[in-house]
Design a protein around this ligand. Sequence first.
Ligand SMILES: Nc1ncnc2c1ncn2[C@@H]1O[C@H](COP(=O)(O)OP(=O)(O)O)[C@@H](O)[C@H]1O
Ligand SMILES: [Mg+2]
Length: 329
Amino acid sequence: MEPILQIQHVSIDFTQYESRKGTSRRCLQVIRDLSLTLYPGQVMAVVGASGSGKSLLAHGILHILPYNSHMRGEILYNGEPLTKERAKRLRGREIVLIPQGVTYLDPLMKVGAQIRKGRRDEASRRMSREALGRYGLSPDTEDLYPFELSGGMARRVLIAAATVEKPRFVIADEPTPGLDTVSAGRILAHLREIADAGAGVLLITHDLELALRIADRVAVFYAGETIEDAAASDFADPSLLRHPFTKALWHAMPGHGFRTIAGAQPYPGTAERGCPFVSSCVDCVDKCREAEEIAPRYVRGGWVRCLRVQQDTTEAGTENGDLGEGMEE
Ligand SMILES: Nc1ncnc2c1ncn2[C@@H]1O[C@H](COP(=O)(O)OP(=O)(O)O)[C@@H](O)[C@H]1O
Ligand SMILES: [Mg+2]
């Protein structure tokens, strides 16, 4: 099957001006060499702590990054480069973003008009009422302005607006914070349904437990790098996981002992060399600190960036050869 989205060696950096006169310039690499592949019908969760570059990734895919940032690498959508022009054409139709902030709603437009994108015909009205109903919102929500909505309602309206027209590719950036369990569950179930109908869903979240409720695969982000790309089923047992950070995340889950992870995640782009997890890792050795580059290794159907994990020798990189492609030489 042809992937719907291929992210290949993408890095995103910022230019920052340090002195007040703007004389000294600094380049901060927030996302580093990220690769992942999403297939139709799949929910891929991107799980990472706050500040690890998840929203930037979403905005990078859609070419809506802030002006002081710069993206390198390649993004293919249905096998062809997702250029700025193409992204602009598909955005809001075939490709939709469920943004992290509810400020994306237009404050001057009633909810119904936003969901229908201005259309007034009966079919559009019916679709909009259905979309609202799916999230437990009554039809008269259509006549409200965003300021009349509670935070949770605004969030549900955003999602209704994003998914009203059967998208092919959905990026959901932290779609559920602030919602009660029932509403959050509805949104997750709907994202799963969208994938089951053949679309690709990229679910961006800091909440591993939530991700595992619907994801097929999980990409774990740490300090701007994907340190592991695993099947969701690998999270059934920590011994199936590959990276010490992923294992630590597993043990930090409420059902698994709530064990806190020692140390703080380095600010993305600050680690000059070596593994970014080194200061918190229970398993690191000198080479983990010193390595110039830790290329992803293919292990048991997943990918991991850890020098302590032995790469499979038999079928290395043959199946699902995304994360490591071209990086092993
Ligand atoms: N316009 C910007 N200029 C400089 N740094 C930025 C800018 N936007 C985001 N950042 C930094 O990039 C990092 C990643 O941000 P973000 O993608 O929003 O993280 P996440 O969504 O994972 O919480 C953060 O540390 C943030 O401070
Ligand atoms: Mg974010």
